[in-house]
Design a protein around this ligand. Structure first.
Ligand SMILES: Cc1ncc(C[n+]2csc(CCOP(=O)(O)OP(=O)(O)O)c2C)c(N)n1
Ligand SMILES: [Mg+2]
Length: 891
């Protein structure tokens, strides 16, 4: 065999590669791309059959997905659009710089919008559709890019200088601007909150699916509207950001577009210094079935890539890690020539006609409007799958010395005069040297071509975005009929509050007026809650219908999927279900449809697990009902520490517009839900509800006369003592499934210990707490007036005896109303980790069963000197209560 010197081997390799490439080019020219693709597929199969191991890759080369020859020209006026973009850039930066001039800077971000400006402006000028024609796009703006969105609204004349001046000063007269997108704070402007990173993307996914749901169910005219989610590349590390990306591919949601601003940086530094975030994301999204469009290089690169016959440049582009790319971004052209191009004389040769300055100025894809336009166009036209656009940019683009590409850029809030001057010059803002140090806002005259152009474009695209508007008509009334059955009780038959809720939900679903608006949402727990009858009755939503024969087809309650199905059976994702809740609960505004979501889940996996999404629902003014099922630390038997919830009511207290209840009886649930629908959908209050429902069964009593108001306010007297004149008196408070324990204690206290006790059902410590504090605050501010009295004080003003409270939640709940009670209260609650045990054993362990209510009552009477302590000891013995038992709160 002839010896081949290494140099000759390399030459042979090169020749061989050349020949293959030439043949491919020939096929490409004669047969087109489809033919090339077929040939490559066949070659791959052939190679595999012959034992060639091809490494797996979900990646494409590190170049633009849309090649230069596939590109179309951009409509409109590129020059004008560039000028407008510069004006937006200036005002966005000026707003943040001004807000931080004072000693007490109040923050804001310049660099995020600076890198994303082109991504937004191309959208505003050509794609984002407003709502004025009935439907429009739903856009999730990246939270930290808010300054740019305000700056544009200012140029459009939608907000004025006072607003910009009061950025992050929301209590100022004349109106301020919220730091980030918050519909709660700017209800006419922002539609969805996004700034807690990861929540925007997951809410966008479920929003896109919910639009399909509305269309498939005939609640909304089919439209071509899109859901856009703008996010940061660093943000994709949040589990919520990528955790649900298989759903839109599976459901073929081509109405969904993600735009990921890949500036390769997050807050502290590079997103993947030693790797490539864009390639990582491409693989994840392609693997999930998305249409991926990479927008990496600007037009200046096209001619170089066209010359790259041997693929040297593409190879070089693909081998640089992000940390190094970031270094190029902050270096001069000479450095780039030496380190990027200089590794191969052939590469150096490709750019010898370019000066260092020209090399430095070669733009990236995400800063080139033509590239971005083409990507958006392809995304909006793509059928059968969602699209993600991975746009490469530089963080702090245009800031130069003030932070462009630097690790500190995210935190950059100030610019000195020199930096401002450079920024002004770079973007051609007509502000003089003398003025620039004052960072004035700049808006061209009303009749300038820039303002006119912006407005014309928005009018052509059906109005300004973002704009939030309530587009539905309020419901007229809520019929009493639906709820009356529950007022009567179950006449001795046992039922759980969960069963009651499911029965009520079934009735609502059948109702002529409300039925179609109800959206049951469940994360794979319908059978747990006894809801399987609904599968058959209203169907499980599936755009594809049901393309298989369900195994239980011959049963009455078979698993029925249908394209007009009503239940959103989300699978095991509380985060996804909550995102559906946000979509359904805000449709009264976004889509003009009064859908009423009922999301039922394991109560422990709600506030505790997805509390931030619930917070976002509150911010978004979502309406509807959250149902914490299998609730209570001791009511859910067997499941143990991670399932038994004694916390969620406490968490709910801190959500300002969440109205929460721990109801015990059927009629309480009926009263609360009826009033809830009225408040949210007739009176249009921006609130939502949280109800815990349990699986313990007991007879449901009839509603006591006049109880409605108390049920809603948080407490009412359920049963009075039968001997009110007895010398020993007590007031017993019970909630939820613990109320029957309290009622049992009342009976024994009366019959065995001669203690006459009134029993109160406390449906909501949270409502009592809020009302008490509201009253106290009013009294503080009106010292000269007749003080008002909290509702709870009023209830108990002439109630004699000791006070005892028991619930299945932490003791902090009853403690929350302590200050408005006439005397100190003894509190029984379930602080501590749960246990797997029977219900009775759990209530003994946590000291919340009837025996502890008895002991607590007698103990309090003994402390008051009303009975002898020996009686308490005897009672403990009689009821098997061990005083030396370990404290469950810490064991
Ligand atoms: C859940 C959450 N954690 C942390 C933050 C704080 N934070 C705000 S912006 C940011 C970095 C963002 O980086 P990236 O997503 O890449 O966006 P960029 O600004 O680079 O476009 C961080 C950590 C937040 N807003 N939300
Ligand atoms: Mg980033």
């Amino acid at each position: 065999m002839r010896y081949i010197a290494p140099k000759d081997a390399a030459e042979l390799d090169a020749t061989e590669t050349r020949e293959w490439l030439d043949s491919l080019d020939y096929v490409l020219q004669s047969g087109g791309p489809a033919k090339v693709a077929r040939l490559l597929r066949e070659l791959t199969i052939h190679a595999r059959q012959n034992g060639v191991k091809l490494p797996f890759t979900a990646n494409t080369p590190y170049i633009n997905t849309i090649s230069a020859d596939e590109q179309v020209l951009m409509p409109g006026s590129p020059d004008l659009e560039r000028r407008i973009k510069s004006l937006v850039r200036w005002n966005a930066a000026a707003m943040v710089v001004r807000a931080n001039k004072a000693e007490e800077g109040i923050g804001g971000h310049i660099s995020t919008y600076a890198s994303a400006a082109t991504l937004y402006e191309v959208g505003f000028n050509h794609f984002f559709r407003g709502h004025e024609n009935g439907d429009g796009d739903v856009i999730f703006f990246q939270g930290h890019a808010a300054p740019g969105i305000y700056a544009r609204a200012y140029l459009e004349g939608r907000i004025d200088e006072t607003h910009l001046e009061n950025f992050r000063r929301e209590t100022k007269a004349g109106g301020g601007l919220s730091s980030y997108p918050h519909p709660w704070l700017m209800p006419d402007f922002w539609e969805y909150p996004t700034v807690s990173m990861g929540l925007g993307p997951i809410m966008a996914i479920y929003q896109a699916r919910f639009i399909r749901y509305l269309e498939d169910r005939g609640l909304k005219q089919p439209s071509n509207s899109k859901v856009w989610a703008f996010l940061g590349d660093g943000e994709t590390d949040e589990p919520e950001a990528l955790g649900a990306i298989t759903l839109p591919a599976r459901e073929k949601l081509d109405n969904l577009i993600f735009v990921i601003n890949c500036n390769l940086q997050r807050l502290d530094g590079p997103v993947r210094g030693n790797g490539q975030i864009i390639q990582e994301l491409e693989a994840a999204f392609r693997g999930a079935g998305w249409n991926v469009i990479k927008v990496l290089w600007g037009r200046e690169w096209d001619s170089l890539l066209a010359k790259d016959r041997d693929g040297l440049l593409v190879k070089r582009m693909g081998e640089i890690v992000d940390g190094q790319y970031q270094k190029y971004a902050v270096s001069d052209g000479a450095y780039v020539r030496e380190h990027f191009w200089g590794v191969d004389p052939r590469l150096l040769d490709m750019v010898k006609h370019l000066s260092d300055d020209q090399l430095k100025k070669m733009t990236l894809g995400g800063h080139d409007p033509v590239k971005v336009f083409n990507a958006y166009k392809a995304a909006t036209e793509h059928k059968g799958a969602p699209t993600v656009i991975l746009a490469r940019t530089i963080k702090g683009y245009g800031l130069g010395e003030a932070g462009e590409g630097k690790n500190i850029t995210h935190q950059q809030k100030k610019m000195n005069e020199e930096e401002l001057r450079a920024f002004r010059t770079r973007f051609g803002i007509p502000i003089s040297d003398a003025e620039v140090g004052k960072t004035p806002f700049y808006r061209p005259a009303e009749d300038s071509i820039e303002i006119k152009y912006m407005r014309d474009r928005r009018m052509a695209l059906a109005g300004y975005v973002p704009t939030r508007k309530v587009r539905s008509e309020p419901l007229k009334t809520v019929s009493n009929e639906l709820f009356e059955e529950f007022y009567k009780g179950t006449e001795g038959r046992k039922a759980s509050t969960t069963m009651v809720f499911v029965r009520l939900l079934s009735k609502l679903l059948r109702d002529k007026e409300l039925g179609r608006l109800i959206v049951p949402i469940v994360p794979d727990e319908a059978r747990t809650f006894g809801m399987e009858a609904l599968f058959r009755a209203v169907g499980i939503y599936s755009h594809a219908g049901q393309v298989y024969e369900p195994v239980d087809m011959d049963t009455l309650l078979y698993y029925k999927e249908a394209s007009d199905g009503q239940i959103l059976e989300e699978g095991i994702t509380e985060a996804g279900s909550m995102s559906s809740f946000v979509a359904a609960g805000t449709a009264y505004a976004t889509h003009g449809v009064n859908t009423i979501p009922f999301f039922i889940y394991y109560s422990m996996f709600g506030f505790q697990r997805i509390g931030d999404l619930i917070w976002a629902a509150g911010d978004a003014r979502a309406r509807g009902f959250l149902l914490g099922g299998t609730a209570g630390r001791t009511t859910l038997a067997g499941e143990g520490l991670q399932h038994q919830d004694g916390n969620s009511q406490l968490f709910a207290l801190a959500y300002p517009n969440c109205v929460s209840y721990d109801p015990a009886f059927a009629y309480e649930i009926a009263v609360i839900i009826q009033d809830g629908i009225r408040r949210m959908y007739v009176d249009q209050e921006s609130i939502f509800y949280y109800l815990t429902v349990m699986n313990e069964q007991y007879a449901m009593p009839e509603i006591p006369k006049g109880a409605n108001e108390g049920i809603l306010k948080g407490m009412y007297k359920f049963r009075s003592a039968s001997k009110p004149d007895a010398p020993l008196r007590a007031q017993l408070f019970g909630s939820g499934a613990i109320l029957p324990e309290v009622i049992k204690a009342q009976e024994i206290l009366e019959s065995k210990y001669n203690v006459a006790a009134d029993v109160w059902s406390v449906t909501s410590y949270t409502e009592l707490y809020r009302e008490g504090h509201a009253v106290e605050r009013w009294n503080m501010l009106h010292p000269g007036e007749q003080p008002r009295v909290p509702y709870v004080t009023n209830c108990l003003k002439s109630a004699p005896g000791v006070l005892i409270a028991a619930s299945d939640y932490v003791k902090a709940m009853p403690d929350a109303i302590d200050r408005w009670l006439p005397r100190p209260m003894t509190v029984l609650g379930t602080d501590g980790f749960g246990r797997s045990e029977t219900r009775a054993a759990l209530r003994e362990f946590f000291e919340v069963d009837y025996r502890y209510v008895i002991v607590a009552t007698l103990g309090a009477l003994a402390r008051d000197g009303k009975i002898d302590a020996a009686i308490v000891d005897q009672a403990m013995k009689a009821h098997g209560v061990n005083p030396e038992k370990a404290n469950p709160a810490v064991s």
